[in-house]
Ligand binder design. Structure first.
Ligand SMILES: C[S@@+](CC[C@H](N)C(=O)[O-])C[C@H]1O[C@@H](n2cnc3c(N)ncnc32)[C@H](O)[C@@H]1O
Length: 206
């Protein structure tokens, strides 16, 4: 099960990597769910709010994944089969740096790690990986990553587009005023991938 699955991109990759198996994606956005439903032949998708009881039987999910989306640990525990696991991906403070600072976007709360552990009541984190890689983004790429983040909800879209255009144009004007080739901006992806098991079954992986 993929909670807050968006377009179902990651769940489709997981299904591609395993033989058989069925994936269910849900999201509060019906537009996202429409896309997710078409992401893979073995994927079903439905609209649901993670904060409400999910229309899924208890004890049936092998894995619950949650990528950059809200988590409801009580519901995740209920739908997991015994021995199942939750995979959570969260942004690290350095995610999209220096774009976040340069564009004045909302940054990752430094306390998020502690809140994540608190928010997974009844689970123990048995494995954690930190993943970082560099990206070079043009204007479209910047617009896409900004639209995926929290600033898209809290900032006027026209204002955000203006900020991105100004940022891109910053170094592209030559002394004659003619623009040079489209600028690409270096930024980094930085996130944590954690695996949680229910407290009763957890075996700590060294
Ligand atoms: C940053 S996007 C991540 C989407 C997807 N997991 C991915 O990584 O591509 C967060 C997703 O959570 C969904 N979401 C936000 N609040 C939700 C809620 N209360 N219940 C279900 N989905 C929610 C949003 O609609 C959005 O698709």
């Amino acid at each position: 099960m993929d909670a807050g699955a968006g377009t179902g991109h990651y769940l489709a990759d997981v299904l591609q990597a395993v033989d058989g198996g069925i994936g269910v994606a849900f999201d509060v956005s019906k537009h996202a769910v429409r896309r997710a439903a078409r992401a893979h032949p073995r994927l079903g998708a439905f609209v649901a709010d993670v904060w409400r009881p999910l229309p899924i039987r208890s004890g049936v999910a092998d894995v619950v994944m949650d990528v950059f989306a809200p988590r409801n640990s009580a519901e995740f525990r209920r739908v997991l089969r015994p021995g199942g696991a939750v995979v959570v991906v969260t942004p690290a403070p350095a995610h999209l740096s220096p774009l976040v600072e340069d564009l004045g976007l909302l940054s990752v709360d430094e306390d998020k790690e502690r809140r994540l552990a608190r928010g997974m009541e009844g689970f123990t984190e048995v494995e954690r990986r930190s993943i970082t890689f560099d990206m070079e983004l043009d204007r479209d790429g910047i617009t896409e990553v900004v639209r995926m983040g929290p600033s898209a909800w809290h900032t006027d879209p026209a204002e955000l587009a203006g900020r991105i255009a100004g940022y891109i144009a910053r170094d592209t004007a030559t002394p004659s005023g003619a623009p040079t080739k489209p600028r690409k901006v270096k930024t980094q992806a930085a996130f944590h991938l954690s695996i949680f098991e229910t407290v009763s079954q957890a075996r700590i992986i060294p």
